[in-house]
Design a protein around this ligand. Sequence first.
Ligand code: S3P
Length: 439
Amino acid sequence: MISSKCSPLEGTVRVPGDKSMSHRALMFGALAEGETMISGLLEGEDVFNTANAMRTMGARIEKGGDGLWRCFGQGVGNLVEPSCVLDMGNSGTSTRLLMGIVASHPISACFTGDASLIKRPMGRVTVPLEQMGASFITRHGGKPPFAVKGTGEAKAITYRLPVASAQVKSAILLAGLNARGTTTVIEAHPTRDHSENMLRHFGVKVDIAKIEDGADAISVTGGQRLLGCAVDVPSDPSSAAFPIVAALINHGSEIKLIRVGINPRRIGLYETLIEMGAEIEFQNKAIDAGEPIANIIVKSTRPLKGVDVPASRVPSMIDEFPVLAMAAACAEGTTRMTDLAELRVKESDRLLMVANGLKACGVNLEMGEDWLTIHGTGKPPKGGATIETALDHRIAMSFLVLGTVTDEPIAIDDGSPINTSFPKFTALMAELGAKIQSK
Ligand code: S3P
């Protein structure tokens, strides 16, 4: 795919449903009793992998028109053993959350994935789940493919997260739904809380308390039922980030995005862009199914300025550093990003992929083990490179966004991973005036 310089972006669009919430809606629907009606579900490959896995374990899941799905669950503890290997494709969230669910069911399952997923560390999930009574056989380094043997007699645990990870937190809490006693996850750095919010929406009591050192202790007691309900999934703030940054770096743009999730634990990028001088307005704020949503208006009236991104903000924008790096490359001055070790174990080594790609486009930067500093000139970089995307949808979309303003077009080596989270990316960007084409 190739992206070329275009006129200012304009228009009103709706980006697809939130990926994190879509996975959870299907998983919780499959664990619930009765029918769950889901609207706005992200129809992307990662979410289809979750749907297929839940079907293989006994849930009835039906796709209607336009993001409307119905799920008839089995009830907690009643999932059936999958009779085939669960291929989770590119999706770390599907894999890690399902590991938690299977861990406290008396079933065994084998998981695999694509060339990106099989490089990702699963030890962060197997360690606590083994303490709860599940057992795993993984490849060296805790990597997939792996097999899990769950237990119908899981033990509740109290576990302090060694890494800020909503996937690990969620895996433990989901295992705790079918464990004896109260399972507590302690998190020092707040991560996205969609599992907590949505479990409550399905009728589960989730307790959250501050402990002495300021960390949150999140608890669920086993034996609770989930009750089928209606879930309306808002647009994904991480997907909205691509048109938003494209508009901001393209002087004179004005775009509106409808019904985007603005959970405070997801909008660190927006806070950072506003500090960089961006005009971003949240209109018609509302709460839907326990999650805040708003329409977002973005105007590009002045150049962005470089900033230091506070390390405490990293979890709330963990997926947005690649696209922030594109904004930083066009901004005036230096942008410093620190505490980014987790970026090395995402769908790709995102620090390396961003640094290599930006250097190839003529950007001046420095990279360390867990940090990245980008020196912008206030003008778009030269571009004119073909970027290696390493099966990473966010690397692919970030560089296509940058290509909308560079002097020379930017190509990416493989656009197919975009289908994992934002299948209509090219069409939506075209609606706003971008010129992104398949080569
Ligand atoms: C996610 C949590 C984050 C994020 C991922 C989705 C989730 O991963 O990067 O895209 O839905 O819980 P970590 O838990 O590894 O930080």
